[in-house]
Design a protein around this ligand. Sequence first.
Ligand code: SF4
Ligand code: SF4
Length: 504
Amino acid sequence: MANRRYSFKKGIFFDTDLNFSQRSSYVREILLEKAYPEKLIIPMKQHYGVASIPCVSVGEHVLIGQCVGMPASGTFAVPIHSGISGNVISIDRITLPDGVICDAVVIESDKKRTLHPSIRPRANLNISKSEAVGIIRNAGIVGMGGEGVPTAAKINRAVHMKVNRLLVNCLQSEPYATSDLYRIDEFPDSIVLGAVVSAGASGASTISFCISERRKTERYSLEGAIERAKEKYPNYTYEVLLFKERFPQGNYRMIAKALYDMDFEDNDTLEERCKAVMFNCSTLCAVWEAISENMPLVNRIVTVTDDEGRGHNVLAPIGTPVTDLLGNMENVTIAQRLVVWGNCLTGVAFRDTINTPIIKTTGAITVIRKLEVPETPCIHCGSCLDACPRDLFPSIIARLISTGNIVKANEENAKSCIACGACSFVCPAGIDLTGLIASYVFATKEKDKKSNNSLVETVFNTNFSGLSAVSLLEEYQDETKEKKEAKQEDDGRLIIPFEGGLKV
Ligand code: SF4
Ligand code: SF4
């Protein structure tokens, strides 16, 4: 396909130790492991928005795919479902590693893995745009790449913004992480069909798959699935866009920079500025499972890895305690390591692996050696400046923040930081630049939101997409408007005249 290679300046290119997943000696997982936890801890807040409310009681028996948490009326939240069958044994107040405090429904498995009767191949897949959005909303699907924005809200916004392009983010660029890449390799048809559904619902006519030029196996899988989709759905334009390998290439701002040469400010959105909407490839897989099987988002693939080349991907029910996933790692003494909830550069280190679950946005659990570089004063080497993909001066901003010179820090554009971790990673002086700058940005945004009387109680992730919570809420809840528009714009029951569900 196209010869052009998209990229942005700066960032990090992992061509040495951290890039082990590209080495021929790296054992790419052939089989996907499956986790069968005895207990799930299902948090009511796993998404961008406010917490949902438990809708089951202690002692109640639940089935796989059954709803256990619902949004309170008038709030921006998503339904939450169980990934195992068993009994609700408690509803606890928990704190997640990123500081979110919420209720969690704790379910003990009956080891029967019984599906809820509503989970079955959809007999009639000839559904309309508004029906597709309703299915995605009820399935509790959120962006699985880390941002956790409800997918139905994003689609509604795309419709209102009249987007014409759907971007599929296949650019997993964190070291060690391969969960999305595994999905692309093994389930390319689900991703492409999920993209067709989402493009149809969003009003996009072009579907662009963004993938690293070095991920040849995954790219060929994707191209094969695109060819198959083209035969059935010829009304869309499909393209594969190749990107130069560079971290943090998967961030939406960096994709916008690479594709459109645009610098995004805090509240800019792809929908508004580029007439494009972007979804992570794993999210689109979940969309297709919801459309074809009526399966809500109850499990995800997680890369469980250390930083020495031992890792694998595990398909785990959402809510699986981290300790159940670490049990599969051999020869790693967890007590001597740091366990990170997420990827090694952008995740959060935590201790309580027994009571901490994976959630809808957890793509990796990374176990890293405690290589504590002694912190020394800045030696003015400029490495952090060279690494910052947002073209900031991390050393200067960090110094301004730590000396309380906030006005100057803002003048240096501190709020543009995307908490990617690149500056801390390259700093030879061992200064935690990201920790300092990202904490300041997070605190400032929280303050701004409170003063704006925002409806979002707690930002789930400092690295969120910059979407306006209030406008998303309006679009999410505006079902009457949506239905009216749907009646006018759904040209019949057009978007997915599929013949049958996927086989499981
Ligand atoms: S963490 Fe922020 S300041 Fe550091 S490199 Fe990333 S964007 Fe730049
Ligand atoms: S990388 Fe570290 S030592 Fe080098 S200029 Fe930046 S803060 Fe200073």
